[in-house]
Design a protein around this ligand. Structure first.
Ligand code: NAI
Ligand code: MG
Length: 491
């Protein structure tokens, strides 16, 4: 346990910093720890036990035992659902404290963690609680005197590696379908933001999950993460993060033929036609890019605006963005907090410099905000060309590229000129145009006259290099089940 030194920033003073293995909180075998920081103040929050390959091995063995022979294996599906609802109840009972811990470790504004992330976390667990006893197969009319049926069995031990941008929500997206399906899990939270996952581990024990069903090993990607991917006792890896990391994981997972699902980055097109409700489109452009400090895989980072309204739109957008309130993420009026760490902060500033050097017109922001904490002024580049670095690469920060287009054919083709395919949005009052874009944009999610509308029931994931497989919805259960076909001779 560690103690928060500045009580104003969080009501709960102590929190978990150990590994959760086989129902026990333990120090890492090496005794090493790593530091997690408050990105708003750059101050140390806590030293967290640092898991490596030997701790991963213990955690996988615990998960294996719980899956192969523990009470979990024999538990009725309905009782698995009840456990998940109990966890959701406990999260609701501790919702303010969890939101504060998320804001402390990640830097996201408290209004977002409390009113955005946390309600989605609760909803995700409740949604999958409802699925636990509804995962079933089919009867198949085969030739001959046979009775053939399928059943869906849990895939086994799931290794889950998550990022820092939505630390608790990513736990929910991973645990929800895995636990509903009857898998056991070993979770490796991101090294930047381990604290809320550990708190959820405490709540999972309080809810009554049997030992070994959920295991949590904080640590670094190259050590703990890589060991989880390589471990022969793990049946499946679910990963959210950078494409390059996914490629490393894919190669390593090939050795043991693990099932993999990936949710990776994007450079999502947000397309505004001149017949749109422009006030709504401006709101949507701001939400679509600046939510969570721009640290969203589905950020609408390429804003295509039709030439007939382009200049007016850019002026109004810039005025709106300049009003955004940056500052202490614990202030309920704050709209934008700091970036998660120095590495992300430096990466974003380097892209801002590239945008300027390559000739894009900076109409808002363009520099650091303040002199303490990893804050960056919300930035807009206008007159961005398709081949500029700021139009091609995922920046993962509050930097918006506004691009001019003239007609629908052209914009669809340009929107698709990217290796990514996670999300897209279109703004128009013409229903035919909206559906044409939705039909032809190569992306896993298309929003029409809205942005960042998420629901636990709606699948989410990427075309092309934005991922493999889908999370959320009924679809995500496929990631955690194997299909078994049983054929019975009738005489
Ligand atoms: P990352 O992909 O390195 O980290 C994500 C998770 O993977 C963390 O838990 C990390 O410890 C783990 N990891 C790293 N290397 C690993 C390895 N070799 N084997 C197993 N696990 C490993 O992403 P990072 O470095 O935090 O951010 C870099 C960029 O990735 C960001 O600037 C952003 O562009 C993108 N990103 C995309 C996210 C998304 O939601 N799609 C989330 C986070 C980052
Ligand atoms: Mg990395």
């Amino acid at each position: 346990m560690a103690t928060i030194t500045e009580p104003r920033r969080a009501t709960r003073r102590t929190f978990q910093t150990k590994l959760l293995i086989d129902g026990q909180w333990r120090e890492s075998l090496s005794g090493r720890t790593f530091e997690t920081y408050d990105p708003a103040t750059e101050e140390l929050i806590a030293n967290v036990s640092e898991g490596d390959a030997s701790d991963i091995d213990l955690a996988v063995k615990a998960a294996r035992k719980a899956f192969d022979s523990g009470p979990w294996r024999k538990m009725d599906a309905r009782d698995r659902g009840r456990l998940m609802n109990r966890l959701a109840d406990l999260i609701e009972q501790n919702i303010d404290e969890l939101a504060e811990l998320e804001t402390l470790d990640n830097g996201k504004p408290i209004s977002e963690s409390r009113n955005g992330d946390l309600p989605l976390v609760v909803d995700c667990f409740r949604y999958y609680a409802g699925w636990a006893d509804k995962i079933h197969g089919q009867t198949i009319p085969v030739r001959g005197k046979y009775f053939c049926y399928t059943k869906r069995e849990p895939i086994g031990v799931a290794g889950q590696i998550i990022p820092w941008n939505f630390p608790m929500l990513m736990v929910a997206w991973k645990w929800g379908p895995a636990l509903a399906a009857g898998c056991t899990v070993v979770l490796k939270p991101a090294e930047q933001t381990p604290l809320t996952a550990l708190r959820l581990g405490e709540l999972a024990l309080e809810a009554g999950y049997p030992a070994g069903v959920v295991n949590i090993v904080p640590g670094f990607g190259e050590t703990a993460g890589a060991a989880l991917v390589a471990h022969p006792g793990v049946d499946k890896i679910a990963f959210t993060g950078e494409g390059r990391t996914a490629q490393i994981i894919m190669k390593s997972a090939a050795d043991t033929m693990k099932r993999i699902t990936f949710e990776l980055g994007g450079k999502s097109p947000n397309i505004v036609f001149d017949d749109a409700d422009l006030d709504a489109a401006i709101e949507g452009a701001v939400l679509g890019l600046y939510l969570n400090q721009g640290q969203c895989c589905c950020a609408g980072s390429r804003l295509f605006v039709q030439d007939t309204v382009y200049d007016k739109f850019v002026d109004r957008l810039a005025a709106k963005v300049k009003e955004r309130k940056l500052g202490d993420p614990f202030d309920t009026a704050t709209e934008q907090g700091p970036q998660v760490d120095k590495a992300q902060f430096d990466k974003i500033l380097s892209y801002i410099e590239k945008g300027k050097a390559q000739g894009a017109r900076c109409v808002a922001g363009g520099e650091r905000y303040g002199d303490k904490g990893f804050f960056i002024s919300p930035t807009i580049f206008a007159d961005v060309k398709d081949d500029m670095a700021i139009a091609c690469d995922e920046i993962f920060g509050p930097v918006l590229s506004v691009i001019k287009f003239s007609d629908i054919e052209e914009v669809i083709q340009r929107a698709n000129t990217t290796d990514f395919g996670l999300a897209a949005a279109v703004w128009t009052r013409d229903i035919g145009k909206a559906h044409a874009v939705a039909d032809r944009v190569r992306a896993g999610t298309v929003w029409v006259n809205c942005y960042d509308v998420f629901d636990a029931a709606a699948p989410f994931g990427g075309f092309k290099r934005s991922g493999i497989g889908r999370e959320l919805g009924e679809k995500a259960l496929d990631n955690y089940t194997e299909l078994k076909t049983v054929t019975v001779a009738l005489d």
